[in-house]
Ligand binder design. Structure first.
Ligand code: ZN
Length: 411
């Protein structure tokens, strides 16, 4: 799949020390330093029918900050993002709107690309749609079936979770809660014939009137989790670490079941843990509720751009928060972002500015510590204040480059 425009990253300032980026694992709560020189990152992408609302944008901006730091610290990054361009919600939306599902997906993917470009998000090395990757996905599904851990219900195939050692022992919540969330997010715990209610669908036999693809298991389409397993293992595995990939990321609504089950299915194939660290961005709330298509309370990046807000302003307003927590969105954040950016621009435009290196180092240290972006912004604020008070000895070009490199902000 065509990705979006590359983003130029200026070099890091000489003398700045980059500690390994440390992220808090969403399942274990442990701080995991990414000490490897080669890092692989798999970020779950959109289902293309309601792109790109601020919830999506906040998630991809979070992982963009992570990717920027990894690159700035001189490590190599291999980054894959998928597009779930065939799934029940997409088919349902297309049917509701009397539209071809392929046309709907193509339009939404193009909108998403434009939004990512406007927000200056570094594009993935591999940007893969499920439909275009069907051959490798069906190959991986067949590998999973060959492990002997799967079973069939009237032509559909499921992975038997209780047959994989330890797979039910690390649920991120109680079994009752897991069942309830599983049901809300596309699972089918009550289906007759399942060995365990948390068994996950890996292959759906062709249904009348629905698109289907050939496979060794017959005609049909893949389950949701196995798509990401296949794309991640195909494009990213092979690194020297003891897991298949370094980082799996996405919005916190993917923590269970999607990422949990991705880990289970991948381990069933490879016999090793899937990711070294799992990271999840909090949800964006608006008018007191999570921004979601089911609530109908979506704010779209494209609409804000049309209304005259700049990509930098939207970016600035969305990243200045603790990324793991849910975030109450207010329209006033955009105006505040505009004011704050104007203040930084005015400081950068002065002939003399406060010394730069120590403030940049504070910003870098804050980001390295599980992405403490509010502390990074406090360092910038302090630099502006020092400059406004008349302190000198710095270099405004250096500060501008650091803002661009680490935070993606250009002025
Ligand atoms: Zn995924």
């Amino acid at each position: 799949m065509k990705s979006w425009s590359a983003v130029y990253l200026p070099p890091a300032l000489p003398g700045i020390i980059h500690k390994p980026l440390t992220l808090k694992d969403s399942y274990t709560g442990k701080m995991v330093p990414l000490e490897q020189n080669s890092i692989t990152s798999y970020i779950c992408g959109i289902t293309p029918y309601d792109a790109t609302h601020l919830g999506h944008a906040a998630t991809y901006l979070t992982f963009d900050l992570i990717h920027r730091y990894i690159k700035a610290s001189g490590k190599s990054l291999q980054f894959t993002e998928n597009i779930t361009d065939i799934d029940d919600p997409l088919l349902e939306r297309a049917k509701r709107d009397n539209q071809d599902w392929k046309d709907l997906a193509t339009y939404q993917i193009s909108l998403f690309r434009d939004d990512m470009t406007a927000l200056r998000v570094i594009p993935p090395n591999s940007y893969l749609g499920v439909v275009e990757s069907m051959e490798l996905i069906t190959k991986k599904i067949f590998e999973l079936v060959e492990t002997g851990l799967c079973y069939e219900i009237e032509g559909d195939y499921y992975l038997s979770i209780s047959k994989l050692e330890g797979a039910l022992e690390n649920l991120p919540c109680s079994l009752d809660q897991a069942l309830s969330i599983f049901s809300e997010r596309g699972g089918d715990p009550d289906l007759i014939g399942k060995e365990h209610p948390l068994d996950t669908l890996i292959w759906l036999k062709a249904r009348p009137g629905e698109p289907a693809w050939p496979s060794p298991l017959g005609s049909g389409r893949p389950g949701w989790h196995i798509e990401c397993v296949a794309l991640a293992l195909e494009t990213l595995s092979g690194a020297v670490e003891p897991t298949s990939i370094t980082l799996q990321g996405g919005g916190s609504d993917l923590r269970f079941p999607h990422h949990y089950m991705t880990g289970v299915q991948a381990r069933a194939i490879t016999n090793k843990p899937f990711a070294s660290v799992y990271s999840h961005a909090g949800m964006i709330e608006w008018q007191g509720e999570k921004m979601s298509k089911s609530k109908g309370n979506l704010v779209f990046v494209s609409k804000l751009l049309e209304a005259g807000w700049r990509g930098e302003e939207i970016r600035f307003a969305l990243i200045n928060r603790n990324y793991t927590e849910d975030f109450q969105w207010k329209e006033s954040f955009l105006q505040k972002a505009r004011t704050d950016l104007a203040r930084i621009a005015a400081a950068l435009a002065r002939e003399e500015v406060a010394q730069t290196a120590s403030y940049v180092q504070q910003m870098v240290d804050a980001i390295a510590n599980n992405l403490e972006i509010t502390k990074a912004f406090a360092a910038i604020d302090n630099w502006c204040e020092a400059t406004e008070k008349g302190e000198i000895g710095g270099n405004s070009g250096e500060m501008a480059r650091a803002l661009d490199l680490y935070l993606g902000i250009t002025l």
